[in-house]
Design a protein around this ligand. Structure first.
Ligand SMILES: [Ca+2]
Length: 187
């Protein structure tokens, strides 16, 4: 028995150390990496202020086209049209943002922009359990059809839940920027 545990411990030690170091660093706080899309590591510059590739810290559709755009004044915006899709296979633009150490209310706040197209758009956003992919809070795409600042709330996120945030464009070319996520312990 002891031997089996030792072998298991050896197998797990690499990823366990990385995970526990990360957990220690974050102390149960949820953090969005590259929340303003200003980290251009791994992106490839394209004409007209566009960058191809997935922004550092984020997952989504890897279409090598117009994924991140700069307005030329030091601001970068993520284009959900190219990095998410609802069909044929639903793929959100996502990031795992950490684990809640106690049961919490989690709020996702973000800016929605439409700098590339005057036509209408529909954008959806959700807070997920990162392991099961079950949405814990969600704004359906019909709720977000105009630029502005929006919030999505997950009222009860149990202690120990790994939290993931996700966005998708149902129609049009909405952009997002300044993504924040906050966990408040339940009373
Ligand atoms: Ca930005």
């Amino acid at each position: 028995m002891k031997q089996k545990i030792l072998i298991l411990a050896l197998l797990l030690s690499g990823s366990w150390v990385a995970w526990s170091e990360k957990a220690k660093e974050e102390k149960g706080k949820l953090v969005v990496k590259n929340a303003d899309f200003s980290d251009l590591v791994g992106l490839q510059e394209q004409p007209h202020g566009w960058y191809a590739g997935l922004p550092e810290g984020w997952s989504g559709l890897l279409s090598n086209t117009s994924n991140v755009w700069t307005d030329g004044q030091g601001n970068w915006i993520a284009n959900l049209h190219t990095m998410s899709q609802i069909a044929p296979k639903f793929t959100a633009f996502t990031q795992e943002v950490g684990m809640v150490s106690v049961s919490s209310v989690v709020t996702l706040t973000f800016e929605v922009l439409n700098p590339w197209n005057e036509s209408t758009f529909e954008l959806g956003a959700a807070i997920y359990d990162a392991i099961t992919d079950v949405p814990l809070g969600k704004a359906d795409s019909l709720e977000i059809v105009k630029p502005g600042t929006y919030s999505v709330k997950a009222d009860i996120v149990p202690a120990g839940t790994r939290v993931k945030i996700g966005f998708w464009a149902a129609t049009g070319t909405p952009g997002i920027d300044n993504v924040k996520v906050e966990a408040k312990p339940l009373p």
